[in-house]
Write a protein that binds this ligand. Structure first.
Ligand code: ZN
Length: 246
């Protein structure tokens, strides 16, 4: 079984389309680590696509906030504005769907998916220390997470962890062979709003049988996504950041 693992789509249809085109034929099932909506201008298309195509998804903090299950006080003003716009734009059925999304982590085929950390979808795993803390709460040796919008992750042993350093910033793909002696916490990166300085959409393919994760970066029509954000009346900074991947 080969899994297409996506995260942080954030209603960016152009990025999602490019990922699907790029990954065509290379996977059997699709998983999502949350944040289908928030920030970009195609929330209904993104949710419709998830409903029709994704086998397993956990909710992200933006999905939760848009669905009205979280107050917005922890969001910055731009994220708040995008949340309120998205809530207005979504059909009642799609809002209901977001409201019903399960909290992670969820287990599938011997590994787990989650949004932030195993304890909280709002927690960020950025440092090795945070990864080691998260390791105490995962039930499987391999886990996938999102939320940071940073492609990469951590390999961990009982006595310490190391950041995955095979991910080369300019590469189109990076292959990771997972060791049986280490736990892996892997972030496929963000489809719809990368923040690692590379504006290309990010995703990964995971084959549990081969213990192989391949991380990909895909160019997409950033201008079209930017134009829609501006035309929708969403904050312009959301269009600008897509151009620089930040
Ligand atoms: Zn996100």
């Amino acid at each position: 079984m080969r899994y297409l693992i996506t995260s942080d789509l954030h209603a960016n249809w152009e990025a999602l389309e490019a990922v699907l085109e790029h990954a065509r034929g290379a996977y059997d099932q699709i998983l999502c680590c949350g944040d289908v909506v928030g920030y970009a201008a195609d929330p209904n298309r993104a949710v419709d696509w998830v409903r029709d195509n994704v086998r397993l998804i956990v909710r992200g903090n933006h999905d939760k906030a848009v669905a009205g299950m979280d107050d917005l006080e922890w969001f910055n003003p731009v994220a708040q504005q995008a949340t309120l716009w998205t809530r207005e734009a979504l059909t009642p059925a799609n809002l209901d769907y977001l409201r019903g999304l399960p909290r992670g982590p969820l287990e599938v085929d011997g590994f787990q998916i989650m949004h932030g950390s195993p304890l909280d979808e709002d927690d960020y795993i950025i440092s090795s220390g945070q990864a080691m803390m998260a390791l105490g709460f995962v039930d499987t040796a391999v886990s996938f997470f999102g939320h940071t919008h940073l492609q990469g992750g951590f390999f961990m042993r009982r006595n310490g962890s190391r950041q995955i350093d095979q991910v080369h910033p300019a590469a189109d793909r990076s292959e990771l062979v997972l060791s049986e002696n280490e736990a892996s916490l892997i972030n496929p990166g963000s489809v719809g709003q990368p923040r690692d300085g590379d504006p290309r959409a990010a995703y990964c393919i995971y084959s549990p049988e081969e213990r192989m994760v391949t991380l990909f970066r895909v160019p997409y029509d950033v201008r079209a996504a930017q134009r829609k954000i501006v035309e929708a009346g969403l904050p312009e900074v959301l269009a600008q950041r897509l151009g620089v991947g930040a």
